[in-house]
Design a protein around this ligand. Structure first.
Ligand code: IPM
Ligand code: MG
Length: 368
């Protein structure tokens, strides 16, 4: 048996720093749990642009297609702001999502008890929160045609197209219903069926899939603006939220902040099963490249580490080991260890990125 393969694309900004801590965790699983991975590394985003003049080379794309799972750090930085749209670091990430056809983006928003006071909302509103946003990731207004900026008479017009096919809606709906069955068995679907035809179709297809394939799951519908309001009012009413690409982008940032720190949240982007039965998969933290603190050892590696926990669960069928890693993170937080982003108004002394990684490794050791 060969080891499963991981392609690491650390990317830009704090990406490489947080990914270094993940590499230590991967090594730990090989050494201590007999779960070794073959790890390869490559460039994405600004780092790839600097080396090759493109945010993702064809060769890297090919390696990503052939890996059992891709782990990505973060892309982007002010240095690349003036590049042409097609060369921007973000295009590397969007190309990976599109060409690997990673249509189902899982973004959990979980509130760690030790951090419940960090939320801008009251403790009782967020303590114990555990919801999952399933964002459609390969279609909608992000990719719809026509798009562009053109001239009409003497003024410019910017155009993007929101477009969804039935099958695109159906497959992400199925992924949300499947997930709900393994959690609280509730799905809330969000769109703007009151103003958008794509939202009308979205609601119809989700309703059909529910009736024919998942009648045992509780389904509700909400307009996405009302959903945003309800997320801030009483987020614990939700279990799984399924929504389109753009609404999912917005709602998942809002949900992330409910938990107090963007530095804590992982994500999984999943596609269809490959020949070996594993889904095409890319795992990345929800946070960005944070160029303002890059290279200073201040970044919180937890979101990236928890993204590897999601890889253990969704790509490698190692749910118990994923839980071990999540528990280790919880332990370290309960022990009061904090990177700078996790220090409240009362202050305290932060630990570094590396120290956080080491503390999680120690908690993993203690779990044996
Ligand atoms: C995200 C990000 C990306 C998106 C950017 C970096 C292209 O905001 O993953 O949420 O808009 O999808
Ligand atoms: Mg976003």
């Amino acid at each position: 048996m060969t080891n499963p393969s991981l392609l690491i694309l650390a990317g830009d900004g704090i990406g490489p720093e947080v990914m270094n801590e993940v590499k230590k965790i991967i090594g730990w699983y090989g050494a201590k749990r007999d779960l070794a991975f073959d790890v390869e590394e490559d460039l994405v985003g600004g780092a790839a642009y600097d080396a090759h003049g493109t945010p993702l080379t064809d060769a890297t794309m090919e390696r990503a297609q052939n890996a059992d799972a891709v782990l990505l750090g973060a892309v982007g930085g002010p240095k690349y702001d003036t590049l042409d749209f097609s060369q921007k670091p973000e295009r590397g990430l969007l190309r990976l999502r599109k060409e690997m056809d990673l249509y189902s983006n899982l973004r959990p928003a979980q509130c760690f008890d030790a951090l419940a006071d960090f939320s801008s909302l009251k403790r009782d509103v967020v303590a114990g929160l555990d919801i999952m946003i399933v964002r459609e990731l390969t279609s909608g207004v992000y990719f719809g045609e026509p798009r562009g900026i053109h001239k009409e008479g003497n003024e410019r017009v910017g155009v993007n197209t929101q477009r969804y096919t039935e099958s695109e809606i159906a497959r992400v709906a199925r992924s949300a219903f499947e997930l709900a069955r393994r959690r609280g068995n509730k799905v809330c679907s969000m769109e703007k069926a009151n103003v958008m035809e794509s939202g009308v179709l979205w609601r119809e297809v989700v309703t059909e899939i529910h009736a024919t394939e998942y009648p045992d799951v509780e389904l509700s519908h909400m307009y996405a603006d009302a959903g945003a309001m309800q997320l801030c009012r009483w987020p614990k009413q939700f279990d799984v939220i399924v929504t389109d690409n753009l609404f999912g982008d917005l709602l998942s940032d809002a949900a992330a902040m409910l938990t107090g720190s963007l530095g804590m949240l992982p994500s999984a982007s999943l596609g269809a099963p490959m020949a070996n039965g594993r889904p095409k998969a890319l795992y990345e933290p929800v946070h960005g490249s944070a160029p303002d603190i890059a290279g200073q050892g201040k970044a919180n590696p937890i979101a990236c580490i928890l993204s590897f926990a999601m890889a253990l669960r969704y790509s490698f069928d190692q749910g118990a080991e994923a839980e071990r890693l999540e528990k280790a993170v919880e332990q370290v937080l309960a022990d009061g260890l904090r990177t700078a982003d996790l220090l409240g108004p009362e202050g305290g002394s932060p630990i570094s990125t590396t120290e956080m990684g080491d503390a999680i490794l120690a908690a993993l050791d203690a779990s044996l």
